[in-house]
Design a protein around this ligand. Structure first.
Ligand code: PDD
Length: 287
């Protein structure tokens, strides 16, 4: 049985119901998070809850729970889950109300927390990398908010599914932004490069872990804009996300990236990431 948290109640997922007038259903008026959990310990929970608060503030929705209640509810969903490794999906919408674009007079947010399977990349994908395509970034102007209004991301991701690829990498006016559901980093001349934080990009929690690890191990990193020609000629391209962890892109639009195999900088960082994850999570230290 899968147990979910809905508006203060713990229920079997089959019994969890949301009214058709919920603004998440009618308008995509809400925000979400996906928190990876290893060995029943949430990874970077503070980072995810901080980003959730920023997303809520960005859509002018008061945080419905305090930090202690978020943690209690998340812990209860993890304890009830069928798996030791999972994703915790958190969604907050502006709740039910008459169908009117303007906010309702009285807002009663809908809070859902549910477990998801965590399909981590296969050993094959880690060893050989994955293929990606590029597409124009057709999303809105506040991609820094993690909103549930994901139709552009859905359509962009499907382009790569249709092409038999793992991700669609997005370019806005000729500059790299991110993937349809992941952050993108590149390596040029041995330096790990990330597009600077902006309203065009989600601040990725995994991306931050990767850059912290790189910095802590003396690897060169910088934030700077990456042009389309630089992306296409990069030595390495990586995707990062809570579900992909860190994955090398070895083919982009049918062309080899670097030598067509995960590069040396990727291999080092992937190993550092796995060690960090295992030490912190399995060893019980603070994430
Ligand atoms: N997506 N950029 C976008 C557009 C994303 O959707 C995601 C993650 C990321 C990476 O963020 P993080 O490292 O914090 O997971 C970047 C999640 C996993 C999802 O929508 O399922």
């Amino acid at each position: 049985m899968t147990t979910v948290y809905l508006d203060g109640q713990y229920l079997p997922i089959e019994q969890a119901r949301v009214p058709v007038l919920d603004r998440g259903f009618l308008f995509g008026d809400g925000v979400y998070e996906v928190v990876p959990v290893y060995d029943r310990r949430p990874f970077r929970l503070d980072g995810h809850l901080t980003r959730l608060r920023a997303s809520l503030e960005g859509i002018r929705l008061a945080d419905p729970l305090d930090a202690t209640r978020w943690r209690e509810a998340i812990d209860a969903i993890i304890a009830a889950a069928a798996w030791d490794d999972l994703g915790v999906y958190i969604q907050v919408t502006r709740g039910p109300g008459p169908r009117d674009h303007a906010f309702p007079q009285q807002v009663h947010p809908t809070v859902l927390i549910m477990p998801l399977p965590l399909p981590l990349p296969s050993p094959q994908a880690v060893a050989h990398g994955v293929a990606a395509i590029t597409a124009a970034d057709t999303r809105w102007a506040r991609c820094d908010l993690k909103t549930i209004a994901l139709l552009p991301n859905v359509l962009l991701r499907q382009l790569s599914v249709d092409a038999g690829c793992a991700e669609t990498i997005l370019l806005r006016d000729g500059w790299l932004t991110e993937g349809s559901a992941s952050s993108v980093l590149v390596v040029i001349d041995g330096v790990i490069l990330a597009p600077p934080p902006s309203t065009q990009i989600l601040p990725g929690v995994t991306h931050d872990v990767v850059l912290e690890l790189a910095g802590a191990h003396g690897m060169a990193c910088a934030y700077r804009a990456i042009s389309e020609p630089e992306l296409r000629s990069a030595d390495e391209i990586w995707l990062t996300s809570s579900t992909k962890e860190i994955l090398a892109v070895t083919r982009l639009d049918g062309q080899s990236v670097g030598r067509g195999e995960p590069g040396p900088v990727y291999r080092r960082l992937h190993a550092l990431y796995q060690t960090f994850k295992h030490e912190v999570m399995r060893g019980g230290g603070a994430a």
